[in-house]
Design a binder for this molecule. Structure first.
Ligand code: COA
Length: 320
């Protein structure tokens, strides 16, 4: 596979830490010190599906293709109004791609969705199932949060980012993992009991629940392991990597990973300070801004690494 276009879209409303302190028992100092986050963007008047379509449209424009050249659409998404139809079908409609020869599907692998999606793109392209794939990562995690709970609501932001991927030999190596830890990050859909429900204590809908410290520990350990292993198995050294695009959950997590790898700060672009944790959109957002601002150039070696609910991780090395 080869990435030929990138795009992104963020909601216009910026929410500062001070704005959160007006209704939560928190402070700019606490949030900045523990997470690095200063602001996040939150959907207000926009429609989430329009944001996803806008990011997709920008990626298609940048690729030089037109929407009808797209013959597969994959969306990474955990949070959005629609359980069905899936987001990829909604984006297809928004782009005016009539089909029928353009399958659409969503992947739900939390924050790792973009990395899993790219790996899937490579498989589809190399087996001839598709020629030009649109991969969109769009998230509205702020809808998951209990806005009276300071533990989770300060961490997240909304955003969408996309790439167009075609046949090529960019992929150097890829490694995906999953270790069952179903209770470290949990969000359950609202569900009505049926008249036949017999279980005691039916699960009721709750806002996002997270064991923050456990996630923190697992994130640092797994990302450091993934990165070291993939670099070695690809016959490279850490110094061969030009840009480490890490999932943006917490600046301290990424700083701990960077220190363990002993690599310079300049190779680790960030957006969590301005956008908060945008789940699977965070890495393609880094990619899009890096490409558009000229920091990521053709031929650069990129390493993408993400972790998330599951507990799932994914790491990819590619020549941009
Ligand atoms: N403002 C002020 N205080 C807060 C707060 C907030 N927004 N959120 C939590 N606290 C308080 C807690 O109530 C708790 O107080 P207590 O000790 O009196 O009970 C204390 O701060 C928690 O401290 P601690 O557990 O040491 O915080 P931390 O340094 O681990 O930071 C996280 C908490 C959530 C920021 C951090 O664990 C984290 O980022 N984990 C990873 C989360 C993540 O990445 N999730 C997404 C995965 S994709």
């Amino acid at each position: 596979m080869k990435i030929i276009g990138t795009g992104s879209a963020i909601p216009k409303k910026t929410v500062t830490n001070d704005m959160l302190s007006e209704f939560l028992d928190t402070s700019d100092e606490w949030i900045t010190e523990r997470t690095g986050i200063k602001t996040r963007h939150i959907i207000t008047t926009e429609r989430f599906e329009d944001l996803a379509t806008e990011a997709a449209s920008r990626a298609i424009d940048a690729s030089g293709l037109c929407p009808d050249d797209i013959d597969y659409i994959i969306c990474s998404n955990v949070s959005n109004l629609y359980v069905t139809p899936h987001l990829a079908a909604i984006v297809q409609n928004g782009l005016g791609i009539k089909g029928p020869n353009c399958p659409t599907m969503d992947v739900n692998v939390a924050c790792v969705g973009f990395v899993y999606g790219l790996d899937l793109c490579d498989a589809l392209l190399s087996t001839g199932r598709a020629r030009n794939i649109l991969l969109v990562a769009a998230e509205e995690c702020t809808r998951f949060c209990d806005w009276t709970d300071r533990n989770c609501s300060v961490l997240f932001g909304d955003a969408a980012a996309a790439v167009v991927v075609t046949k090529g030999d960019s992929l150097v190596a890829s490694h995906l993992t999953s270790v069952p830890m179903p209770d470290v990050i949990v969000y359950k859909n609202p569900m009505e009991p049926t008249p036949f429900e017999t279980r005691e204590g039916i699960d009721t809908h709750k806002a996002l629940e997270m064991k923050g410290r456990e996630v923190f520990r697992n994130a640092v350990t797994s990302a450091t392991r993934d990165i070291s292993q993939i670099v070695e198995s690809a016959g490279l050294s850490l110094d061969d990597i030009d840009h480490f695009l890490l999932h943006q959950a917490n600046l301290r997590i990424n700083e701990a990973i960077r220190e363990k790898l002993n690599q310079p700060e300049s190779k680790f672009p960030t957006n969590v300070q301005m956008l908060g944790n945008t789940s699977s959109a965070s890495i393609p957002l880094l990619l899009d801004s890096g490409v558009r601002e000229g920091r990521i150039r053709r031929g650069d070696t990129l390493l993408l690494s993400a972790f998330g609910a599951g507990f799932v991780t994914g790491v990819i090395i590619l020549k941009y």
